[in-house]
Design a protein around this ligand. Structure first.
Ligand SMILES: Cc1ncc(COP(=O)(O)O)c(C=O)c1O
Length: 397
């Protein structure tokens, strides 16, 4: 037994989250792609069966009221809230992340211009996930703004009187770099602008502290570290004290103050409900609600501590096993700058990932040369991490 195998055994034995793995449907594949699609929680299939057969099949329309379908978007929002450091009443679940980015960015520009169009720039993380950039560009055209791309570390240099809204990723999807949400939010506010954070790669992986750091608006997906299933609905956070001024660019009947009044004119609902649009996607939404039960008794701090231990150990194993110079790490080594993934640059990354998957180690490939490995602390163990690095070294040898 090698020294690293022994170390993995010890780390697994001391892992306080180890029993959580049993709450997921997994096999002997080393699954390091939970930052793309989280694994299936054991409770989900039975719940979906109940929602379809009993709630829909038997109760039919009554489920909207008696079964709690109507209130699901805010109820599930409140279940996500403690995972991202938010008090209840500020998160609504529904629509895709892309749609919520649109609501948030246009809503942010409107918040930043209480008396008319003065501020005319939307600042966007230059390495952002493509959809955020496309939507910011469209939002800019609609609101008479221009988009200004920036490396998040240089954000303070471009902020000013013209800045209306700033859209940033908490963790960069490709490199795994964690951006400094508290100080960047403070800089946005010092310039009089509105901060929108994309939490897709941090929600459920590390503490976010939305309320503590005064974030204005945030969006995030639920199919990565929250394990809600393919295409599960996203969430939108609107801080309590800006809710009354939040003017959604998609004012549907579900966010009306009196949805069943069927009024010709729009009057927005109070609270998180203001972020809704149309009829919620109940099947996906209730699958997500079942998936969130794995968080019972789990703190985000414990998840973060294990996440850092997993990524540290992976880097240690890669350094020990992989021939020098064959890969270079794109993810920052400093804990304060690392999300819950490790991205390794390697010239033939697409082919390498194919061979890893054939050998039972699943990560993913990001164009043009990045091997991405996501570490979900609720179900990934240290022995698996050692095996992944060992197989990677064999594939690269
Ligand atoms: C950082 C980030 N933002 C936005 C999105 C888009 O999410 P969706 O396709 O669910 O709208 C993704 C999807 O992976 C993402 O990683």
């Amino acid at each position: 037994m090698s020294e690293l195998t022994r170390k993995a055994e010890k780390l697994d034995a001391a892992d306080e989250l180890a029993s959580k793995r049993g709450e997921f449907v997994l096999d002997d594949v080393v699954y390091l792609d939970g930052n793309s699609l989280g694994a299936l929680p054991v409770a989900v299939p039975g719940r979906v069966e109940d929602v379809v057969r009993r709630q829909w099949g038997e109760l039919r329309i009554r489920s909207w009221t008696e079964g709690g379908w109507w209130t699901a978007p805010e109820r599930i929002g409140d279940r996500i809230a403690p995972l991202v450091g938010a008090a209840p009443g500020q998160i609504v679940v529904g629509d895709s992340t892309s749609v919520n980015v649109f609501k948030a960015v246009v809503g942010a520009v409107r918040l930043a211009r209480p008396t008319g169009p003065e501020r005319d720039e939307i600042v966007v993380d230059a390495t952002t996930f493509p959809t955020d950039g496309y939507i910011a560009e469209s939002a800019a055209r609609m609101t008479g703004c221009t988009v200004r791309p920036v490396e998040p570390s240089s954000l303070p240099d471009v902020l000013g009187e013209r800045t209306a809204a700033v859209l940033l990723n908490h963790v960069d999807y490709r490199s795994g770099r964690l951006h400094d949400l508290p100080s960047l939010t403070a800089a946005v506010h010092a310039a009089g602008a509105v901060a929108v954070w994309d939490l897709c790669h941090s929600a459920g992986a590390l503490p976010v502290g939305l309320d503590e750091h005064g974030v204005d608006l945030a969006v995030g997906c639920t199919y990565k570290y929250l394990n809600g299933g393919p295409g599960s609905p996203a969430f939108l956070y609107v801080r309590a004290d800006v809710q009354e001024r939040f003017d959604s660019p998609l004012p549907g009947w579900n966010s009306h103050a009196e949805p069943f009044g069927m009024r010709p004119s729009y009057e927005p609902a109070a609270g998180a409900m203001r972020g809704r649009v149309g009829t919620p996607d109940i099947l996906s939404m209730l699958a997500l609600e079942a998936a969130l039960e794995v968080w019972d008794g789990v703190t985000v701090d414990a998840v973060r501590a294990k996440s850092l231990a997993l990524t540290d150990f992976f880097l240690e194993c890669v350094a020990a096993y992989v021939p020098e110079g064959r890969v270079s790490c794109v993810t920052p080594l400093a804990h304060g700058e690392r999300g819950s993934q490790v991205a390794l640059r390697c010239p033939d990354a697409g082919d390498v990932m194919k061979r890893l998957i054939e050998r039972g180690v699943v990560g993913d490939f990001r164009h043009p040369d990045v091997l991405r490995f996501g570490f979900t602390p609720l179900y990934v163990g240290f022995a698996e991490v050692e095996r992944a690095a060992r197989v990677l070294a064999e594939v690269l040898a």
